[in-house]
Write a protein that binds this ligand. Structure first.
Ligand code: DX5
Ligand code: ZN
Length: 218
């Protein structure tokens, strides 16, 4: 059994970067389960965001788990810093390097929960050798790099494939989806078997964020 069920993880990528602390308070007050933190390096994806220092600065102001999504080449280089900063879960891309198994072990050793992610053009089969070693699988449902993009529908089948693989092999990773989620399309993800929906632009655009989270879960 996965740890999460119909959980919402707002992404601070869509927050006002001048007011991260307010965004964290809004996420907590809204009743979300996780805070999703998108680290981008301008190489793995064509955008730059922030690094472990933001994780460190947010850590003392919330009890929510910090779900760090590394869209970077050489994710192994940042593990110790993220652990010291107080990250709970560190997800990196299988496409970002060769030695994903070693990176997963290093995340475990650093006392964090490892997650693995795939971009829309990668098939689930690419993940099979590591699925028994991760706590989270993050299915990108847009091409990573930016908030506010439309869902790539061909990714939905991967959620179901991952849920079936989990049952078949008695595993317990959570399945999270990232990108293009909204109140209108939420059931495409839940029905496919997602446990967590990451939401950036639709969460931060919503007027009543508590209502948004409540509705997302239905
Ligand atoms: C995109 C990021 C996402 C992003 C999602 O590369 O990984 O976490 O914040 O944003 P929305 O929900 O606006 O698609
Ligand atoms: Zn993300």
């Amino acid at each position: 059994m996965a740890v999460y069920s119909r959980a919402v993880a707002p992404s601070i990528l869509s927050a006002d970067f001048g007011h991260f602390a307010d965004a964290v308070t809004e996420i907590e007050k809204a009743g979300a389960e996780l805070i999703h933190i998108d680290i981008m390096d301008g190489n793995f994806v064509p955008n730059l965001t922030f690094g472990p220092k933001l994780v460190k600065d947010i850590r003392p102001i919330t009890k929510l788990p910090l779900d760090v999504h590394m869209m970077v080449l050489h994710p192994e280089s940042y593990i110790d810093e993220l652990s010291e900063a107080g990250a709970d879960m560190v997800t990196f891309h299988i496409e970002a390097g060769v030695h994903s198994d070693r990176t997963i072990q290093a995340i475990h050793r650093a006392g964090m929960r490892p997650g693995i992610s795939i971009v829309p053009s990668s098939p689930v089969v690419l993940l099979e050798e590591v699925l028994e070693k991760v706590s989270l699988v993050l299915v990108m449902t847009v091409n990573p790099g930016f908030g506010g993009q439309g869902l790539v529908e061909s990714c939905l089948k991967k959620i179901t494939q991952l849920a079936e693989f989990r049952t078949r092999n008695s595993l317990d990773y959570s399945i999270s989806i990232d990108g293009g989620a909204s109140i209108d399309n939420r059931n495409l993800f839940w029905n496919a078997g997602a446990d967590i929906i990451v939401s950036g632009s639709s969460f931060f655009k919503s007027k009543d964020k508590g209502e948004f989270v409540k509705t997302m879960k239905t």
